[in-house]
Design a protein around this ligand. Sequence first.
Ligand code: PEP
Length: 249
Amino acid sequence: MARKKIIAGNWKMNMTPSQTVELINTLKPLVVTEDADVVFCVPAIDIIPALEASKGSNIEIGAENMYYEEKGAYTGEIAPDMLTDVGVKYVIIGHSERREYFAETNETVNKKVLKAFEHGITPIVCCGETLTQREQGVTMDFIRQQVKIAFLGVTAEQAKTAVIAYEPIWAIGTGKTATTEQAQEVCCGIRKCIAEIYDEATAEAIRIQYGGSVNAKTAPELFAQPDIDGGLVGGAALKPDFGKIVNWK
Ligand code: PEP
């Protein structure tokens, strides 16, 4: 069965709750499609207004992060139950900005991925190499390691429902999109890695996004690649351009 595309916006630390409502009202009519799942991953404080504003539309609301413990003395963190209680279905895990600025490691990413599945939240698991790693020719070794650790203890049935976002760090927020060939090559490599960990059926089912300066111009060619099942979009997700990305065909 063909995989349905999934196009997610990563709002990062942008938009107040009132700006959230305004932006969703603007984007709502522009992102209507049956060809893709459309997810807006928003800051924690924007989740409830985003859910309210997107009611009756095809927009799903996701979180940008989540902690791996159930509850307790973890000041500033968001528990999985808090997300499911209000209807959040997706969570970005291990974004390179979280790894770089908030000391997330492959091990904490794995704990979060396991916890998300335990609560029925679909993780969007991020991986991607630095420019130095690409230049040293170790891109695929590095990403395979990230993916293998992220999925430790995850069952094949769970993995089939997961989303992996391949985001080369040098392409995030830089305006430098990876070439279509580079993006396809790594997404294909990730799928092979999933086949090795699990089996062909799991590799065929899992959805793999490309992220890194995706815009309305680059999306059509990227999303036409056999192993690219949509995108994780930062900057362009805050603009009407997101409607064009979602309707890339
Ligand atoms: C991201 O933050 O996940 C991202 C891909 O950002 P941008 O599209 O702005 O490069």
